[in-house]
Write a protein of this length. Structure first.
Length: 298
């Protein structure tokens, strides 16, 4: 198949590209040119926020599948819906667990918990402001999904990715945040009631996205390993690898540490299972993921 990957050629994005190439697909990467495509991969350079630039660079081109790794706003979704209307038969948007930012459920959250038809799309918000976009990450993804869900000329799917762990190239610094404090015995700020969350191993989310390229399902699907993890689960593994001591400090208000959650919105992966994809259990890869990211031998 001819596959276009928009952005996302680092972390699990580069793993996705490698898997697709290994499977014999023809891969093209489209980005702003700030980073090169992997060797041997065709690269198209354009700002995805510039509709005219996209139309120009894609002139005469069509693709079996588009994987959109960097659709963050409803404006970007509307541009993509127009530009790719006649240029692809299938469009896979990488979304996020953060679309459930208003959920607080004792039961794992299914895709149906978010009614995309009820989401208000507001392209007039200052989506071009990096600070606004960062503060409204989940909202931007939710509205982008709603744009596609309202109707597209191509088959559309969104992959709601859980919190990703693993890889020496994890650029987020979230596990390092814990490792530094555990080594020093410094307090780690967590909510008074700290909920578990769903996670996925970096290699597994790349594999799932590659599977989604070949699949024919439409609409949203949650993507995560089975068995939610708590902040304590992560810290036990980090402490085992780096030494030191985990000290939690409960806070009622204020900023808490990454991977600590006052509300419960762990996802359900039952839809993925019904579609024929079986995720691993988080316990099977947690030690490896932490070891890779911290650069410490198990």
């Amino acid at each position: 198949m001819d596959v276009l990957v928009i952005g996302g050629n680092r972390y699990f994005g580069k793993r996705l590209i490698a898997l697709l190439r290994e499977s014999g697909h023809r891969i093209t990467v489209l980005n702003r040119g700030s980073s090169p495509a992997p060797e041997g991969i065709e690269q198209l350079v354009a700002d995805r926020d510039d509709e005219n630039a996209l139309v120009s660079v894609l002139a005469g081109r069509s693709f079996d599948v588009v994987v959109d790794q960097v659709c963050y706003t409803p404006r970007q979704a509307e541009i993509a819906r127009r530009v790719f209307a006649t240029r692809t038969r299938r469009y896979v948007m990488t979304s996020t667990v953060e679309v459930y930012e208003y959920e607080d459920s004792a039961e794992p959250v299914a895709e149906s918990a978010l009614d995309l038809a009820a989401v208000t799309v507001d392209t007039g918000l200052p989506w071009e402001d990096p600070e606004f976009l960062e503060a409204h990450y989940g909202e931007g993804k939710r509205q982008a999904e709603a744009v596609f869900a309202a109707g597209t000329p191509f088959a559309w799917a969104s992959v709601r990715v859980a919190h990703v762990l693993g890889g020496a190239d994890d650029f987020t610094g979230r596990l390092d945040h814990y490792a530094r404090r555990i080594r020093a015995g410094e307090p780690i700020a967590v909510p008074a009631v700290n909920r578990p969350a769903t996670y996925v191993y970096v290699e597994e989310i790349a594999a799932f996205l590659a599977w989604a390229v070949r699949a024919d399902f439409t609409g949203p699907v949650n993507a995560h390993s089975s068995s939610p993890l708590t902040t304590a689960d992560l810290c036990v593994e980090i402490e085992r690898l780096v030494g030191g001591r985990t000290v939690f400090r409960e806070v009622e208000v204020g900023e808490v540490s990454p991977f600590s959650f006052a509300r419960s919105y762990a996802m359900s992966n039952s839809r993925a299972a019904s579609l024929g994809y079986s995720f691993s259990d988080s316990g099977a890869w947690l030690a490896k993921a932490v070891s890779e990211t911290l650069g410490v031998e198990r």
